[in-house]
Design a protein around this ligand. Structure first.
Ligand code: CMX
Length: 134
């Protein structure tokens, strides 16, 4: 069902303050900044091999990332696994009793469709399914 780790999401207070470490000190390839209105975040994508690091900055006080930052400060927010068929993956996990946050895919950054699993179902790690392209 899963093909690879697509990205790891890191919650940050400011993209502009956090980006230089990843782009300049670690030398990751910076693929630009995008606003994902549906998720209330600004996202900076950094490529590392086949995977990415996604820096997430909240765009409003009721963003899930704002709540996370308030509680935990900056840090790893989620792991996203790539799937070939997101509807099939959601159906399989739901049938197996996994607690899904999203029963239908939503729009993610960089032309992806995404769905989150609740961290209570995944050993405390917020987990995202991600299908590239539409
Ligand atoms: N990782 C692990 N646990 C998390 C978490 C995270 N990122 N966010 C919340 N939790 C835990 C909390 O610690 C809390 O645990 P306890 O009950 O043990 O204290 C529990 O989940 C409930 O947390 P909460 O602060 O009360 O937050 P909510 O229930 O309102 O929301 C969640 C939590 C995961 C359902 C919500 O953040 C959500 O729907 N997330 C999915 C969407 C999202 O995160 N979008 C931003 C990224 C978008 C992108 O990548 O494009």
């Amino acid at each position: 069902m899963l093909t690879k780790i697509n990205h790891i999401g890191v919650a940050v207070k400011s993209l502009e303050e956090s980006l230089p470490f990843y782009r300049d000190h670690l030398g990751m390839s910076f693929a630009g900044i995008e606003t994902v209105d549906e998720q209330k975040v600004r996202v900076a994508m950094l490529q590392i091999g086949e995977s990415k690091i996604e820096l997430l900055e909240p765009t409003s006080e009721d963003s899930p990332v704002a709540k996370f930052l308030e509680k935990n400060g900056s840090g790893i927010h989620h792991i996203a696994y790539e799937v070939e068929d997101i509807e099939a993956a959601i159906a399989k996990l739901t049938a197996e009793g996994v607690r899904m946050i999203d029963q239908t895919p939503r729009c993610g950054a960089h032309d992806t469709r995404i769905a989150f699993l609740h961290p209570k179902s995944s050993a405390g790690v917020l987990t995202e399914l991600c299908q590239c392209g539409h």
